[in-house]
Design a protein around this ligand. Structure first.
Ligand code: ADP
Length: 493
């Protein structure tokens, strides 16, 4: 998990609440144990490696503190030493739940709340006790810890939700006199009719789209035809003749919607991570301002605000990418905003933004100190961002990801090499050319919708560049973009 981010975060928490020790544990939904993610301790020699997971069914004092904190969502304070894996933690000890919550995104949705971990703070400096302010600050900080812990758990959770999502299918049976014999609720809502049974198709049809479909079916052809509902949603209408001359008419969700739905779902999911981080950071800054500012706070606030700005620019780009994808979807060209910028500076920005995704891999970066180029800075960042995110997604933690920036004869090649699952030779051609295409190995590995590379290829093409993919199944892949350093000026009217 995001260990270095969590480590730095823990360091900050210790400064803010002025304690000597902190432990952040993540709650595993699989076995209900608390796994140590980071442990910092001013004096004693305990670390993540020397601490066992806390099993809440154990009969230790710590286990029962943890159980109460998580089940009743309350802070606990121990005034006596408590034992953690054989180490005595000096009092006072604050034990607090890490709760992740999300405000409703859609109307009618409830606020989601889940316990995702536990935070222990011990040994307040100067032999002090934890006061009310400390508790309030700790709460705010635990919301931030939630953002850090939840990213991975969220992915798993969303997968489960997605598996339960149903595809609404409208079904109706139409007799030889073209009257509806039976129809289900979905078809009533698709056709925007309160009742269908007994009505003729021409009465309920919208803009005469179904007449031809029924004609074709009657002539023995199995028909599939696009159907746009009165509320503007795209469906596929399928019609099939039965043995007794009736017609089964079925409406299924059109792939056009599915792409859009998945895209919206994925974007919403991805936007949540930076947003949660921004929210947590701002809350902490707010809490710091509410108390008496102390020495060193300005620096902390600066750092929190810096993280917000970085995450905000990541969100901005994600939204931009989505808007551009939908433009591509309706056949429009990408518009570039060409200017001169330093490519190395842009690369460093992506590396910072993606730190939490990349820190479980060994990252090797080979690039010059600076490299001025012309292009659409935001979109070129998207290329690198997409390559890096895919490498992190399709290669195991612990393997090496190598990012290279190599200028040569007026061009620059940006490449990202991983030691991941690889791509079968026959699939290489299809990546980035067919919207929604995913290799079989990748489908079993990670969630994705096969649009990132379509966008990436378009961005590279629009810059007059070339996308390169070299890969060996089970060994790894290298994705590259060779781009001209200078754009040819287009004559403008
Ligand atoms: P996705 O959202 O599915 O990752 P992309 O458009 O980014 O969509 O990638 C399309 C497909 O290309 C992926 O589903 C995967 O099959 C393959 N792919 C992309 N990058 C890699 C990589 N680094 N290693 C292996 N396969 C990859």
């Amino acid at each position: 998990m995001n260990s270095s981010t969590l480590d730095r975060f823990s360091e900050k928490v210790l400064q803010i609440v002025r304690a000597n020790g902190i432990g952040v544990f993540s709650l595993s939904a699989a076995d209900n144990r608390l796994y140590p993610q980071t442990i910092r301790n001013g004096s004693a020699d305990i670390s993540v490696q020397t601490v066992d997971p806390i099993d809440m069914e154990d009969e230790t004092e710590l286990a029962s503190f943890a159980w109460r904190a998580l089940n009743h969502e309350v802070h606990q304070v121990a005034e006596e030493p408590v034992v953690l894996s054989g180490h005595q933690l000096p009092p006072p000890i604050m034990i607090l739940p890490i709760i992740w919550s999300r405000e409703p995104i859609e109307e009618g949705e409830e606020t989601l709340r889940r316990a995702v971990g536990l935070m222990l703070l011990w040994n307040k400096r100067d032999h002090d006790r934890f006061n009310a302010d400390d508790h309030t600050l700790a709460d705010t900080l635990s919301a931030q810890a939630a953002a850090l812990l939840v990213e991975e758990q969220l992915a798993e959770f969303e997968d489960i939700q997605a598996a339960f999502a149903t595809v609404p299918i409208g079904l109706m049976l139409v007799n030889t006199a073209e009257r509806v014999v039976v129809a289900n609720q979905a078809s009533r809502s698709i056709l925007a009719q309160t009742t269908l049974t007994g009505k003729t198709i021409s009465e309920v049809d919208y803009q005469n789209q179904l007449a031809g479909v029924l004609d074709d079916a009657r002539n023995g052809r199995t028909v599939q035809s696009a159907f746009v509902s009165p509320s503007g949603i795209n469906f596929i209408a399928n019609a099939q003749l039965t043995n007794d001359g009736q017609i089964i008419l079925a409406f299924s969700s059109s792939p056009i919607n599915q792409d859009a739905e998945e895209l919206v779902g994925q974007v919403a999911h991805e936007l949540r991570t930076p947003l949660t981080v921004i929210q947590g950071n701002l809350q902490t800054v707010e809490a710091l301002f509410e108390g008496d500012l102390q020495e060193g706070d300005a620096e902390l606030i600066n750092e929190f605000v810096g993280t917000c700005l970085l995450q905000a620019s990541r969100m901005y780009r994600m939204i931009d990418e989505t808007l551009n994808l939908s433009r591509i979807h309706v056949g429009k060209e990408l518009e570039l905003e060409i200017r001169e910028f330093d490519l190395i500076d842009a690369v460093n920005q992506v590396l910072l933004e993606l730190e939490d995704r990349l820190n479980r891999h060994t990252l090797v970066v080979e690039m010059p100190d600076q490299l001025p180029m012309e292009g659409d800075r935001g979109k070129i960042i998207s290329i690198i961002d997409n390559y890096l995110k895919n490498s992190a997604k399709y290669a195991d933690p612990g393997t090496t990801i190598t990012l290279r920036v190599q200028p040569l004869n007026g061009d620059v090649t940006i490449s990202v090499q991983d030691q991941g699952i690889g791509i079968p030779p026959e699939a290489i051609e299809r990546i980035g050319r067919e919207a929604g295409f995913r290799t079989d190995v990748s489908k079993s590995q990670a969630g994705g919708i096969g649009l990132g590379m379509v966008y990436t290829r378009r961005v590279i093409d629009a810059h007059g560049g070339v996308m390169g993919i070299e890969s060996e199944l089970g060994v790894g892949s290298t994705f590259s973009a060779t781009l001209p350093l200078k754009q040819v000026a287009e004559s403008k009217d």
